[in-house]
Design a binder for this molecule. Sequence first.
Ligand SMILES: [Mg+2]
Length: 356
Amino acid sequence: MKILSFDIRSVLVPLPEPHRTASGVIEASPLVLLSVLTDEGTRGHSITFTYTPAALKPTAVLMKNIEPLVTGQALAPAALWERLHGRFKLLGTQGLVGMALAGIDMALWDALARSQQLPLHALLGGEAKAVPCYGGIGHDGEADSARAAERWARQGLKGVKAKIGYPTLAEDIAVLRAIRCAVGPGLAVMADYNQSLAPGEARQRLQALDSEGLQWIEEPVLAHDYAALVQLGQRVRTPLLAGENWWGPLDFRHAFNAGVRDQVMPNAMKGGGVTGWLAISAMAQVYGAGVSSHLWPEVSAQLLTATPTARWLEYADWWNPILKNPLRLREGLADTEGVIASGIEFDNDAARAYAA
Ligand SMILES: [Mg+2]
């Protein structure tokens, strides 16, 4: 089976509610929707989230420029991943290049699984298993964070994650306690600093949070300060994790080399697509580190199902408006039963309505 062509669309999908982060408010998701067509008529789809609308057009143009390197080639995603990453070694495969390559990789794997009429996890050799899901909460203050946590709890999610990093530790604690109060003792509560602390302050705040019963604390310091993350981990009891901003398997190698062992959080796009995830998952398995996902709920549900040390799926409904069949949840677990490939198929009317 050979790859015939790309269909690339750019959309701006408004969020149900603006998502506040420590580094700005996200009001809409800028997405590149890629559909790859093969000579046997199979299509494969992927979503590339560019975080900011400023990166939307350049990412779509990059994909279009990479198309001639892929068309006419056999549908062999892992082999193409190697070839394309080799091709861009001089420029580097982080940033927009990495995002475009990952979007292509995910669409190719999707096409391969669809051609076999298999769920992606089955194509990768995995079997169906229960993956618990949690919902994210923005940088919304005490009352709104508690309300958002309640909404996730009502939907049956197994955990909730708050963005913290308020001006004072007291505010961080107040938000976390309001959330705990809203969801009760049965749900996991996670906290995410989104890289906002310097190492010294991180030590003080995280030691104070040790008695809050958190499932984990995410990205307390700069994502690429692996040494600081490892040192912090030796001084606090709460598990720490990072990974959503690590680019490809190589950044994960750096993290493991620095001593990260407990758990990691690859992002299906920045991690290098399905092919990148498989390398990361294998490293995590070797080191005994748990793997949780970041956004991309549909493809991540499939990937975690095929990941030996899978822990948690980050559920988000941001991109549901452009999907025919968004990821289903059943009693707080990702429900992949009956899903073919990644399950991603675009609602073309919605894609037209949100065209950027
Ligand atoms: Mg995070």
